[in-house]
Design a protein around this ligand. Structure first.
Ligand code: DAH
Length: 329
């Protein structure tokens, strides 16, 4: 029997060494170490031996079983590693390469196109954009309408959002334009409850074929009604801005209903925006031929309408960062 055991061990070991693929392992295991395998059947034959031989053989069989089990596990490990190496080589997989970035969603093209219509222009401007291209040449008396922070002879903190009109036109030409240009503006001004040296404006610009003054009035009336209520009346006054012709100012009826109050300075009307038809010189500076194109523009404050709407009496509260004020809204 001992011979049988030794032969079995040798055969098992040799066959195991000859195995080159993990696929073949179960079969080998079944044959030698399985419940119906060769070693098990040897163990079963122990009953035929004498009582002296039985424990000796039992021990030998169990030792061989143990050895083959260990060899099997070792072989299994080696083959798995080889397999992994081969796979890595075939697939050329470099696990040290950075992973694929997670893709995040992004705005739909339509949304992008809609959002692009909110145009952000620089807050630090050149004299050229803030004034000259808006039809306000050097030394023109209209410059007195804007108290300006000069950085040097050519650079200013923008006094209004209107230079954004030029930026937008030069970017979008030759497309028709409908943009809103919100942003901060700066003026070298005495700070009072009604004026700050920094404040926000919203500029609006429409360029197209056959754009008319009535389009402007329609848009502004709609805005006033949406912002302050449908019962408000809108009034148009003639005005002057170098970059529009004709120029108008848009007023809205005060909530005191013409009885007169401090808010409307007892006139019954509140100023909403300056506006007009884009001046031909400005159209041309933006790249649009005034023979072919026309447009309207408007500019309005942000803080003052908010003050009117929420009954705030001092513009300085917007910038003093007092949470007792800010948390009310
Ligand atoms: N930029 C002017 C200001 O700050 C406001 C203004 C008036 C803007 C008429 C316009 C406009 O676009 O057409 O006083």
């Amino acid at each position: 029997m001992l011979e049988q055991i030794n032969m079995l061990r040798e055969k098992g070991q040799n066959e195991l060494n000859a195995i080159t693929s993990t696929d073949q392992l179960p079969e080998w295991y079944h044959q030698y170490l399985g419940r119906k395998g060769d070693l098990t059947s040897l163990l079963k034959q122990l009953g035929t031996l004498s009582s002296e031989e039985r424990p000796v053989m039992g021990k030998v069989i169990n030792e061989v079983k143990q050895q083959l089990q260990e060899s099997f596990e070792l072989r299994q490990k080696t083959l798995k590693e080889t397999k992994l190496h081969q796979e890595l080589e075939i697939d050329d997989l470099d696990v040290s390469l950075p992973g694929r970035p997670c893709t995040t969603g992004h705005l739909h093209l339509t949304t992008q196109t809609l959002r692009i219509q909110v145009y952000e222009a620089p807050e630090v401007e050149s004299d050229e954009y803030n004034f000259q291209l808006l039809n306000i040449p050097e030394y023109h008396p209209a410059r007195d309408m804007w108290d300006t922070f000069w950085v040097n002879d050519e650079v200013v903190l923008r006094t209004h959002t209107s230079p954004g009109q030029i930026w937008a036109m030069r970017e979008y030409y030759p497309e028709p334009i409908r943009v809103i240009l919100p942003g901060k503006c700066y003026r070298f001004e005495q700070i009072t409850p009604r004026s700050e040296h920094q404040f926000y404006q919203v500029e609006g610009l429409t360029i197209g074929k056959n754009i008319r003054l009535t389009d402007l009035i329609g848009v502004m009336s709609e805005f006033a009604h949406k912002m302050y209520g449908a019962e408000r009346k809108v009034r148009i006054r003639g005005s002057y801005f170098p970059f529009t012709e004709p120029s108008i100012e848009i007023d809205m009826s005060c909530s005191c209903e013409k009885k007169g109050c401090r808010l409307c300075k007892y006139t019954g009307w509140l100023e909403v925006a300056g506006a007009g038809m884009v001046h031909p010189v400005v159209l041309r500076n933006g790249g649009y031929d005034p023979e072919e194109w026309s447009g309207f523009a408007f500019g309005m404050g942000v803080e003052r309408p908010a003050m009117l709407k929420h009954n705030i009496n001092d513009i300085r509260r917007f910038y003093s960062n007092d949470l007792r004020f800010l948390q009310q809204f």
